[in-house]
Write a protein that binds this ligand. Structure first.
Ligand SMILES: C[S@@+](CC[C@H](N)C(=O)[O-])C[C@H]1O[C@@H](n2cnc3c(N)ncnc32)[C@H](O)[C@@H]1O
Length: 271
């Protein structure tokens, strides 16, 4: 089954496209064929992206249609503050994804280690949301691990015996544990990426963030799609992780940037 899908999609894979993503999905991608989407939409009107048409509901509807059963969508988003009032667009979008049939599998945090956003009358904002939506139960979860704070031997509680008491025994502490759902990244050159040319895009997310999601929710050979790929962060990391990628952005300039960025790793045809 999977192989049939890949055969049918070979011509689309590992390329970038300049297009409105709704138009692209409607005209090129059939139902239930994408394993993973890792993407970040324009946040309210916080940035100027060379002019675009952001049709959120149709984007979400198309994303639902093309995602495989068991596929996952990672939606990285923040909110604008206007007149002291947070837009909560992120939550409204998450509720819409839920309404059209996705599970809100997790609400993860992308915490920035540096350059947080200062406010004079509120605590410094240093995070964005990473909503993880799944179409049914996720078919893939490869949990990322991190080192535990302590290691070595310690007296640990063993199972209760028939006397009902907690007995302690000397045991080796686990060396690693599954990561929490708050992920920390440095941003800027050397943090977000080392690819200098990518900084012409105003709103990249860290390539490590893209990689961490790609490794968690997909396997080698899967199709990873970014419908608003900007400088091509998701596509680059999908390629390096031996996944197939499809990258779309409405801006010719950003797609050219993405292509050049990936060309350093492999020659990719840009249409
Ligand atoms: C937050 S940025 C994505 C940045 C990207 N994750 C990266 O690391 O470079 C959002 C992108 O959405 C693109 N965009 C906005 N509306 C679009 C649409 N209708 N179709 C395709 N791309 C669109 C913008 O041009 C912009 O590059």
């Amino acid at each position: 089954m999977t192989q049939t899908i890949y055969k049918n999609y070979n011509h689309l894979l590992n390329k970038f496209y300049v297009d409105d993503c709704v138009h692209f999905m409607q005209n090129n991608v059939s139902n239930n064929c994408i394993d993973l989407i890792v993407t970040s939409p324009p946040y309210d009107d916080l940035r100027d992206y060379n002019g675009y048409n952001f049709d959120f509901e149709n984007i979400a509807n198309e994303i639902f249609r093309i995602t495989k059963n068991g596929g996952v969508v990672v939606w990285v988003v923040g909110d604008k503050i206007k007149n002291g009032n947070k837009s909560l667009t992120s939550f409204k979008q998450a509720l819409y994804f839920q309404q059209i049939g996705f599970n809100v599998h997790d609400t993860m945090i992308y915490a920035k280690k540096n350059t947080p956003f200062m406010r004079s009358n509120a605590y410094t904002n240093s995070y964005e949301y990473m909503f993880v939506f799944s179409k049914g139960k996720p078919k893939t979860f490869n949990p990322l691990k991190e080192e535990t704070a302590r290691s070595g031997l310690e007296m640990l509680v063993a199972n209760k015996k028939s006397d009902g008491k907690n007995h302690k025994v000397l045991k080796e502490l686990k060396k690693e544990k599954t990561k929490t759902n708050i992920w920390y990244y440095a941003v800027g050159l050397g943090g977000t990426t080392n690819d200098r040319e990518a900084f012409q895009h105003p709103a990249m997310y860290p390539e490590q963030l893209a990689q961490d999601h790609i490794l968690s929710w997909s396997n080698e050979g899967d199709i990873v799609f970014d419908p608003m790929c900007g400088s091509g962060t998701t596509c680059k990391m999908a390629f390096l992780a031996k996944r197939n990628f499809i990258g779309v952005d409405i801006s010719q300039e950003y797609i050219e940037m993405a292509r050049k960025r990936l060309d350093k790793y492999r020659n990719v045809l840009c249409i």
